[in-house]
Design a protein around this ligand. Sequence first.
Ligand code: PMP
Length: 473
Amino acid sequence: AAINVQSPDVPPSERRVSKGTNERPRQSAVLHRSLKSPPPQVVSAKGKYLTFSDGTEILDSTCGAAVACIGYQNERVKKAMVDQIDKFSYCNSMLFGHAIGEELADELIAGTKGVMSKAYVMCSGSEAMESAMKMARQYFMELNPKEEQRTNFIAREGSYHGTTLGALAMSGHVGRRHLFKPLLLPNVHRVSACNAYRGMREGQTTEEYVAQLAAELDRKFQEVGPDTVCAFVAEPVVGATLGCVPSVPGYFKAMKQVCEKYGALLILDEVMSGMGRSGTLHAWEQEGVTPDIQTLAKGLGGGYASVAAMMINHRVADVLTAGTGAFSHGHTYQGHPVACAAALEVQRIVREDNLVSNVKQQGELLGKLLHEYLDDHPFVGNVRGKGLFWGIELVSDKKTKEPFPPSAAISNAIFLKGLKEFGISVYPGQGTKNGVDGDHVLLAPAYTSTTEEIQDIATRMKQTIHQTFASLS
Ligand code: PMP
């Protein structure tokens, strides 16, 4: 049968391909996450609202993937980006420097109150984590070229550090790893996550739990070879995979002590929890520790540009400066001037408008309301979070904490219900079969949220969860 293609004056997006009389509906050429059913199309976004091609509007209560922290169409950010394009839209930042890059790095380092020394800007969280791994390795090679044996990393179960092979190797989330397991770096070793809901024994105190996890990390160093470990890697608040799980008080202090005992670095992945999301500019400020290497992304540029960063402290920077004097790494788009302009303006707005204290204040309200509305629900196992970063874990049995089977796709059902009936977006996360986690949904509202908006989000979240289970029963 002849293949008829419609006349060339029909735009490619509207063309249909027909084989004889059997017309095939046009398929999206985008490699969407689901190849079977393309997602709803966003046509515009303003403030905290997204509009889809069918005209529906939703309150973006997750800032996309915890990204659009100051909302959409901010005039100051738009202007800063255009001003930069008017000067120059790109330069090879491996060979040349530029003022906007210097200003952004100064802003970032100043935000750590001198704890960190240098910032390296690139495009995504995964890239930032890859560069953190290479930086840790290079640090030890420069410190003492005989330390060649430092090739191992210790990371945690249920974690997420990115989708590229190195970052995925560090990630402990079974579902995201399993297909690629044979390709992943073998030198990443794993310890338990710090998860009060699933990890603490009945009657165990926080101190006992922390001591247990510190002893486990210590044993892992011994098992792997104490002088072979580059770094221990963790998210201060586990985001997308476990669903907004903060650590218990004292956990990071105890972990850092173990790292120091063996001379290893502490890498904190603040891609999702950083830049104000947790109620302080850096989540580590609440943990009483400082990292040697830290990564940032989502809230850094608020979604105006694809931008991420890795920062290194003085210990690491001094060794590199005294050694080869160069980080052996490079990306074509590192230090992209327009991305730097966007991130700098977003960070200035966050600082000048005191948005991090608003995150803390509104976050307390959001947490209070979610507990009030959902703690008693028969299928809500746990409500937890920090700042404007809250997770709700769903279980089929509250007593045993048995997760729903993945086939029930509970978190996705909640996502769809919120989208279609209650006009909000929640961030769904599928649990894994190994009992480490259950399905969960996340909320990550904008830093600029008002009390009324937070009340509205909590109410819509309550209705969405209640109605999802009501329609399933
Ligand atoms: N680390 C963490 C903690 C993340 O949450 C993510 C993204 N969800 C990444 C790394 C990877 O970032 P990206 O998707 O920008 O590559």
